[in-house]
Design a protein around this ligand. Sequence first.
Ligand code: G3I
Length: 385
Amino acid sequence: MAAGRTRGGRWVASLLLVVLAAACTAATSDGTADDDPVPETDGEEVAMLRDVAPEGLLVGSAVAGGGHHRDQSYPDPFTADDAYRDRLAAEFSSLTPENQLKWEFLRPSPDEFVFGPADAIVDFAEQHGQAVRGHALLWHNQNPDWLEQADLGADELRGLLRDHIATVVGRYAGRIHQWDVANEIFDDRGELRLEDNLWLRELGPDVVADAFRWAHEADPGAELFLNDYNAESINVKSSAYLDLIRELLADGVPVHGFGVQGHLGIQWGFPGDVEANLRRFDGLGIATAVTELDVRMVLGEGGEPTDEQLARQADDHRRLLEACLAVDGCRSFTVWGFPDRYSWVPHFFPEEGAATILWDDLAAKPAYEALHDTLSAARAKTGGP
Ligand code: G3I
């Protein structure tokens, strides 16, 4: 048995709730009509993360599918794994399609839009009273080959992006409340990705402002974000975003938020000044969010984390959540999927893993307990619905 699995009673209670939830859920594999999967409970011990979150804070997860999942031996998690679906419905108040709204997934060919999987996630979210974050419209990664290799003039390429944003954002107007309009546009030196980002390279930096304007036209009610990794603390990258957003706002561009992804690793130490960093963006009058949290670690022989590693992972989760809770405009806190077997991490970093908050059998890890305790404490202080 993995280290830490026998600690505490909450995960046993959580498992019990999942079983109960499964029993009273008519979850279907096509995303249609489920009943409320969260049974009535009297005590906090069996409450899920969404239940213990303070009022106004969404607690979310990425929805597994596409991307690295396509290379794995398991079937599509969202449509085929009922226990996963039940937990997704019960535990979280916000969902982010992990890959299903990216260009590569949506646009296998120039004239084709594959909306089925994203539609199913949005329907599922509505059935379970969940918000949806849309990810991502303008990015250097996961663009289809036909797009990256197309020999188009600037006008045509610009038209393609404009049309894509109008079509995709317009389709989910009023249903997807936040969009990562521009994702990872700066590198770690705080330089715009003018080489590897197709849009910036071919259309120039002004395309970022245009993308926000087009998204706003398509859904004036949606909150429009920039989003990046290694931008949790005060550093050249987050400062580049601060400067850019200040300029965009001064030009009247509809930018509403900045997302720090939160792909952390215990080997690097916690980025200590997250709260101060988020406050800088709060000071511009925009929202902030933690959009893709996971905390990976280097695993030894046997691939099991140690108690010490799990404690460090829990601590990083707690500290990132505390930073978000301390900042008024941080109202959305999302983990990048669960359980560990569905994580993108081992696919990218073969020596690393155990990055999510749940074990493969959906039992709670210490990181889950840390989030639960921290949310409960915040709710006790500030109240809940
Ligand atoms: O496109 C290639 C294909 O040509 C090749 O045959 C195949 C072989 O493995 O790989 C394909 O690329 C895969 C890609 O998804 C596109 O489907 C990668 O292997 C696969 O690792 C990749 O995974 C996704 C990754 O984004 C791509 O960057 C993950 O599922 C997804 O969780 C991850 O999510 C990103 C966020 O969107 C943005 N922030 C960072 C986060 C983690 O990387």
